[in-house]
Design a protein around this ligand. Structure first.
Ligand code: PAF
Length: 291
């Protein structure tokens, strides 16, 4: 029987983290960071595997960041499974886990926040007004704590990826941001820590989300009228049991401003909708027009 691999060391205070990072640097090793909130699934593990190809050392942060949850969101019930996460990270060969205590991240008197406009406006930003401020602030802190050469994010949270890129560009932060395509179940459902909230019936209906945006993307690429394709995708989602549908939209793949088939720019279709009590998001690229 194959022996379980040793779990990566875990640091909980900045001083200990920095000591370990300094050791990596002394050995001439580059560092990649994979920021997560734990409850790790195959999507996260794909990020770690990608990060391992980008740097000699991979640090995975696990921190359920309270400031990116709204008052009526699922912070209290957000899944936590540190032992399970560590076992998975051992399997994929992460080198270090950075899991700060909340007081280490936000000590008494903490009073700074980063507000990103541009890519953070609209879509999720319209429905979760403080979300991207919380994400940008914690990521900026993670970047300054870990000082990675590269940070790896999933395209599943596509707007988040655009917001982070915008922040890094605007603040000249000295790291590269690498986006990784969404990992999906066989039936198309994007992997998400929140999928575990779905009942069996909801789980069976959930792939309609990806199917609807794939359909919009295909038709938009072929120059169909966006208003009418979005209307029929909305109706399909309603039939599958999604309610409400917060948005289903096409957007410029970089700026997230409205996209048109004549713009000649890469586009994206993004959706957020609720199935029972679970809010799901997803997105797909708009394929280039057939020439
Ligand atoms: O995508 C996530 O899990 C979180 O938003 C992140 C980037 C770890 C910040 O808390």
């Amino acid at each position: 029987m194959a022996r379980a691999k040793p779990t990566p060391p875990i640091k909980r205070i900045v001083k200990d983290l920095r000591r370990q990072i300094a050791q990596f640097r002394k050995n001439g090793e580059r560092v990649a960071l994979v920021p997560t909130m734990g409850a790790l699934h195959e999507g996260h593990l794909t990020l770690v595997r990608t990060a391992k190809r980008k740097a000699e050392r991979v640090v995975v942060s696990i921190f359920v960041n309270p400031t990116q949850f709204g008052p009526n969101e699922d912070l209290a019930r957000y899944p936590r499974d540190e032992a399970g996460d560590l076992a998975k990270l051992a399997e994929v060969g992460a080198d270090l886990v950075w899991s700060p205590n909340p007081e280490e991240m936000y000590p008494a008197g903490f009073a700074t926040s980063i507000e990103v406009k541009g890519a953070a406006e609209g879509l999720e930003g319209a429905f979760r007004p403080h979300h991207f401020g919380g994400v940008a602030t914690v990521c900026c802190k993670l970047f300054s704590q870990v000082t990675p050469d590269v940070a790896v994010f999933g395209e599943k949270d596509y707007q988040q990826l655009c917001v982070i890129r915008q922040m890094v560009r605007d603040l000249n932060l000295p790291l590269a941001i690498h986006g990784v395509p969404t990992v999906r179940e066989k039936d198309g459902l994007a992997l998400s820590s929140r999928n575990r909230y779905l009942s069996a019936e909801e789980r069976a209906a959930a792939p309609a989300l990806a199917a609807a945006i794939r359909d919009v993307a295909q038709k938009a690429a072929n120059g169909a009228r966006q208003q009418s394709v979005i209307k029929s995708a909305t109706a399909a989602l309603k039939r599958a049991g999604f309610d409400p549908i917060d948005y289903i939209a096409t957007a410029d793949a970089e700026t997230l401003s409205p996209w048109t088939s004549t713009s000649g720019r890469p586009g994206r279709v993004l959706v957020a909708a609720r199935l029972g009590t679970t809010r799901l998001i997803d997105n797909v690229p708009i394929p280039p027009p057939a020439s």
